[in-house]
Design a protein around this ligand. Structure first.
Ligand code: ZN
Length: 285
């Protein structure tokens, strides 16, 4: 049976990622949807949308801002806000180490960028989530940055656009993460009372505590084709309700059909769609 057992050292000291990627990283990539071989530069130039089948790959937080905003002259807020690991949480490795690794790898302090910039000439407050940072999870920092963005939006009476991409609340901050849901939702209620528009863009994936708070509280909730959106995973739901889930469950198109979304917009039309919607909210007499 010895060969079934994984050597302890094999897990702790795998081939260094750098070595592996140097050997295998090519100029080409395979589309996970249609299996077409695509030149990486083509995919990049096409905003990470497969030129063959229109499959929408994930976009990182910064590229997302480049897609939506007019130029890169945006002002970033609260860039230095970082978690202090309130629970001193340890799972397979200490949370403090996870944070440090993600910060070093991505050059950001947490899973969201909050900026002020221009969208089709109009000043907006824009938040963009980074899935690469611990699954885009929402802990105290994400909750606080979103709340401050909402408050800024309210004080300056500038529309708010939040792009969600998240696995949900951050388990390593436990109840502190869950409290963010109420905090953000309360701030959004104030924004709503002041009649400042908020457009929520739900991208693949938007789940858990993020879908259960600000992502679903937009004046408009829009998504990209094929995006996975939900609260709990399909297996958990099937086991709870003891029923087979329908085809396409938790995909953007299914949610649109059932009234949970206002629109599914292809990435290339996203900016013009948001610009038009803001015009509708703000320019009508
Ligand atoms: Zn494809």
């Amino acid at each position: 049976m010895a060969w079934f057992k994984r050597e302890k050292g094999a897990i702790e000291n795998p081939t260094p990622v750098d070595e592996r990627s140097v050997r295998t990283e090519g100029l080409w990539t395979k589309c996970s949807s249609c299996r077409a071989i695509i030149w990486k530069k083509d995919l990049e130039a096409n905003w990470e949308v497969c030129p063959k089948c229109d499959h929408h790959f994930r976009l990182d937080a910064r590229r997302r801002l480049e897609l939506l905003l007019d130029d890169e002259n945006w002002v970033e807020y609260d860039a230095d806000l970082a978690s202090n690991d309130p629970l001193h949480f340890v799972d397979t490795k200490p949370y403090a180490q996870r944070l440090k690794d993600a910060q070093e790898k991505l050059g950001v302090k947490d899973a969201i960028l909050t900026v002020e910039g221009r969208l089709a000439g109009r000043p907006v407050i824009c938040c963009s989530m980074e899935f690469g940072f611990i699954g885009g999870s929402m802990g105290a920092v994400v909750g606080e940055k979103v709340t401050r963005a909402i408050e800024r939006s309210l004080a300056q009476r500038q529309p708010l656009v939040i792009v969600s991409c998240s696995a949900g609340a951050r388990m390593m901050e436990g109840a502190v993460s869950l409290m963010q849901l109420a905090k953000v939702a309360a701030a959004l209620a104030r924004l709503d009372e002041a009649r400042v528009p908020f457009i929520s863009i739900l991208t693949d994936p938007t789940t858990g505590g993020v879908s259960a708070s600000y992502a679903m509280l937009g004046d408009l909730n829009i998504s990209e084709p094929g995006a996975m959106i939900g609260f709990a995973g399909p297996r958990v739901i099937e086991q709870t309700i003891r029923q087979k889930l329908p085809e396409g469950f938790q995909r953007a198109e299914f949610l649109l059909e059932h009234g949970f979304l206002d629109a599914v917009v292809p990435r290339k039309e996203l900016k013009s769609y948001v610009a038009q919607a803001l015009g509708f909210f703000l320019d009508s007499p």
